[in-house]
Write a protein that binds this ligand. Sequence first.
Ligand SMILES: Nc1nc2c(ncn2[C@@H]2O[C@H](COP(=O)(O)OP(=O)(O)OP(=O)(O)O)[C@@H](O)[C@H]2O)c(=O)[nH]1
Ligand SMILES: [Mg+2]
Length: 334
Amino acid sequence: MTRNRAPEPTISEFVDGLRSGNRQLLSKAITLVESSRPEHESMAHAILDSCISPGSSSTIRIGITGAPGAGKSTLIETLGLEIVRQGKRVAVLAIDPSSSRSRGSILGDKSRMEKLSAHSDAFIRPSASSGYLGGTSPRTHETILLCEAAGYEVILVETVGVGQSEIVVNSMVDFILLLILPGSGDDLQGIKRGIMEIADMVAVNKADSGRRTLAEISKADAESALRLLPEKHPGWNRKVMLTSALEDEGISELWSTILHFSETMRNNGVWETQRREQLRLLLYTIVEDRLKREFYSHPAVKGIKHSIENQVLSGSLSPFSGALKLLEAFVGKS
Ligand SMILES: Nc1nc2c(ncn2[C@@H]2O[C@H](COP(=O)(O)OP(=O)(O)OP(=O)(O)O)[C@@H](O)[C@H]2O)c(=O)[nH]1
Ligand SMILES: [Mg+2]
């Protein structure tokens, strides 16, 4: 039995749809961006080319990172509702390069953002990179651009603060909020240092009424850890705040601080410089991704790869000469 499927929208239908804020077309366009099929890719790029506007720097891109269970999704729900209350449209993306999370918990995220996902001014994309290892950055960055083209002024990107994901997110957002938990002081000495370095602000979350004292201690710990780090942006003193995403405590102060950051950084030029730097990085990340793909799928490379690998592993060829031979096969030298 053949089914009649609706024809795929054309590029100009996509572009018009995005410009008028059509969520269904935005979702479809993001699916194209995430697809690795060449025809989808070229369609996605044609859409992006028509959508990108130099004026998009009026948007605010916020990365929210922290250990699993720190309350990122819950905070995004509460913060997102505060933002839409103030008349702005908000898009939420989740990146998960480790792919350690099951689909179930990604869906769980959406239910954690129940009120926000029902709001007409909010758009939630549970995962921008599910099942896709590596190359996360270009796709998420492209997804951000699509959301902005569809009129979302604030983009919230959730990422688990383990491994490389926070470094990836640092290359595509304007502001990074790190969530820590009351009583997590010891962590600050060790693995969190890398994350602390890229944070523009730290929130001790779950600072609910009953846990205020412990939260105050963690706040002081985080403040002293921050004092030891070099400044991230000139003119910005990184603050530590107390929040309770569940009880909506400290969230409007958090939003005011982000707005203050945005105003300060726009005025001193850091905002624009950072955005330009991120575009440069995106340009070369795409080139490198593409080169890598071309390299491994090149017939001449595929033809000798196995034998070169064996020679290197048996010690009859050095890895350096082996690599050179593969590269020569790629560029067509005999
Ligand atoms: N008491 C309290 N619980 C909170 C608060 N914020 C989040 N939680 C709870 O903490 C648990 C984890 O919250 P999530 O928002 O899913 O945390 P997450 O950081 O997004 O977790 P992952 O996405 O799995 O990394 C849930 O049971 C929340 O209800 C808070 O401010 N206070
Ligand atoms: Mg979450």
